[in-house]
Write a protein that binds this ligand. Structure first.
Ligand code: NAD
Ligand code: DAU
Length: 334
């Protein structure tokens, strides 16, 4: 058996990754370390828990706990983070604590016990690209230019990992992925917020002029990429993960409205996000060429349809939180 520690495994991408690994690699024994913040949900992994998958509720900033769990594992995949830009603009502190101090705590232990470590990061560390696009995409050599407290905290954690690789021989890789969509995503995020707004009789909310571009990838394709990098990636390397899914926010929203049988103009324009990044676009050539990774979910419309169906058939997962999430946005006029 291979022992794998997955931090943040009760969140959106971590839970999808744990499901992917337990389905495709039955030789892997998974320990999920998750604090179960507002973004973590035990239900996301309930079906997985058993002899091959266990959940430890705890904080990645808890040094003794992290030391013990890292000592007992073979590999660490690190997802745990505060992950929402809008929250980081309201209160940056949890982002500094979890994303920077938490990552430091994990890499100290991984270095001490010589354990394989994979850092799950974001394309947002590279800042943004202009609109209209000039064909430029982020690569692993793009400069770090984060814009928000969230992306700055992720950039900081990547820098720690790079320094630990060089100074302490940490056996690590880093991946920087674009915007994920799919089941289990928290309803504070763009796509599930609009779907659940429509399902609960609210109008969708578009920031600013709606022209900002995001590069969408299905969460299952991200999971497969992480597994490939973890098992076959070169130590010390950074791999960018993306599926050439660039679309404006307005175009994504209009697609959601169409699939859900709503008029194309049935949404509100609301106050823009301060410092709002204009455009992200990933060049995943290195991942494709070196590891042979290819996205499987290349039809965005059918992926979106399946995601809408998931929120429709799992209303118990989000209904309780919906009012408080929207109240927090309303306080910010978003
Ligand atoms: P999420 O917010 O849905 O989940 C985060 C998980 O981490 C939750 O289960 C939460 O309980 C847990 N957590 C938070 N603080 C913790 C702590 N101190 N100790 C232990 N657990 C803690 O996030 P997500 O969207 O699944 O993102 C996962 C990772 O992927 C993050 O590192 C994020 O930066 C990165 N990422 C996300 C995207 C995206 O589109 N969502 C894209 C690229 C990279
Ligand atoms: O690029 C990867 C990043 O993608 C990850 O690192 C982050 O963890 C993840 O949250 C996501 O960041 P974004 O800020 O791009 O995602 P979000 O879902 O918050 O917003 C997507 C776009 O939609 C963004 O341009 C802001 C806009 N938006 C968002 C919300 C919540 C709206 O227009 N209306 C909304 O209600």
């Amino acid at each position: 058996m291979v022992r794998l520690l997955v931090t943040g495994g009760a969140g959106f991408i971590g839970a999808n990754f744990a499901a992917y690994v337990s389905q495709c690699h039955s030789e892997v024994e998974i320990t999920i370390l998750d604090k179960l913040t507002y973004a973590g949900n035990r239900d996301n992994i309930a079906k997985l828990l058993g002899s091959h998958v266990r959940l430890i509720v705890g904080d990645i900033c808890d040094g003794p706990l992290v030391d013990k769990l890292v000592c007992q594992t073979d590999m660490v995949v690190h997802f745990a983070a505060e992950s929402h830009n809008d929250n980081s603009l309201r209160n940056p502190w949890p982002f500094i604590q979890t994303n920077i101090v938490g990552t430091y705590t994990l890499i100290q232990a991984a270095s001490k016990y010589h354990k394989r470590f994979h850092q799950v990061s974001t394309d947002e560390v590279y800042g943004d690209l202009p609109i209209p696009g000039n064909g430029e995409k982020f690569t692993a050599t793009s400069a770090y230019q984060p814009s928000s407290p969230y992306s700055a905290s992720k950039a900081s954690s990547d820098m720690l990992v790079r320094a630990w690789i060089r100074s302490f021989g940490l056996q690590a890789t880093i991946s920087n992925c674009s915007n994920n969509y799919g089941p289990y995503q928290h309803i504070e995020k763009f796509i599930p917020r609009q779907i659940t707004n429509i399902l609960s009789g609210r109008r969708p909310k578009l920031y600013g002029n709606g022209n900002n571009v995001r590069d969408w990838i299905h969460v299952s394709d991200h999971s497969a990429a992480i597994w490939d990098i973890l098992t076959r990636g070169r130590i010390g390397e950074t791999y960018l993960v993306g599926a050439d899914g660039e679309m404006s926010n307005r175009a994504v929203l209009e697609m959601i409205l169409k699939i859900m049988g709503q008029p194309q103009d049935a949404y509100d324009i609301v106050k823009d996000r301060p410092g709002h990044d204009l455009c992200y676009a990933i060049d995943a050539t290195k991942l494709r060429n070196e590891l042979g990774w290819r996205p499987q979910y290349t039809d965005f419309q059918s992926g979106l349809q399946a995601t809408i169906n998931w929120y429709l058939t799992h209303q118990e997962r989000w209904q309780e939180d919906k009012n408080s999430v929207e109240e927090a946005y309303t306080r910010n006029s978003q």
